[in-house]
Structure formats: C-alpha cells, structure tokens
Design a protein around this ligand. Sequence first.
Ligand code: SME
Length: 158
Amino acid sequence: MDRDQALNEAQTVLTDEAVDDAAALRRVVEVLSEAHPAWSWVGFYLLVGDKLILGPFVGPDTEHTEIPVGTGVCGQAVESGRNMVIGDVKQYRGEYLACSPSVQSEMVLLIKDDGDIVGVLDVDSDDLDAFAPEDLDAVRPLASLAGPRCRRLAAQLS
Ligand code: SME
C-alpha cells in the first residue's frame, strides 16, 4: 500500500458512519503504518481532562499509556497548541518520554474538533529526521476528520 492509497483509505474509513470510532481509528493507524515502513510506531492519544490516554496504535507496547498535558512531546504539543516534529529525540531540549530506545525521531499532530484539541496522532521512527514537512501536510487532513471520533471516544473514558 502506498501513501496515497493509505490516505484515501484513512479518509474513507473516518467518514464511513457504519464504522465505529475505535475501529476507524485503528484502521487509520494500520494503513499509515503499512504505507510508511520507516514509521515504527503510529498511534492516537485521546485527551481526557488534563491527560492523554492511549488509544489505538500499531507498534511495540508502550509504558506511556497515560501522559499528563505538558509532559513529553505529546503533552507539550497539547499544552503549546502546536504540532511537533523532533528530528533527533536525543538532542531534544524539552522533556521526552522514550517508548523504545531505538526511536530517533518523532512527529505529533494535534487532533481538533470544533477548534478544541481532543487528542494527538503520534508517530515514531527509528531513523533520524524521518519526518519532512510533507509528512505533516499529508496527515493533516486526517486530523480534522478524526476529531469527532476522538472526542466521542474520550468522552467514554472520562
Ligand atoms: N515519545 C512520546 C510518548 C509516546 S511514545 O512515543 C508512543 C512523548 O514524548 O510524548
């Protein structure tokens, strides 16, 4: 599956009302992971109060199933209201939560619904500088489509 096919399938499943929220988010991380061999971990975190709660993901298990806002790259993205791309996590001055020692770079995309942050799409790579601006641009359309689904799933967790 190439990137365009993955993005098309992700957009289709996110807009298919017959697919439930968890299944839709799961299919998104599966196709993104399949289309990007350099992406070693792809997952959603749902914003519940002042914590990010791990949602569907593909990749190694992580101890970071709950991340307080302001903590780690994901928490800092939510706190600052900015997407984050870290070319070299070992050089990153902010707080970084290591999920696997092999990870070298990371991309965090804010998921919004009606202007509210409702979660993040978090992507790791074992390669340095694995994420170009085009990567963020490519997944950005998924952020708004995933918004209502993340808000509903987060509501079920609160
Ligand atoms: N590295 C992230 C934590 C999540 S793992 O990458 C899955 C962070 O610093 O927020």
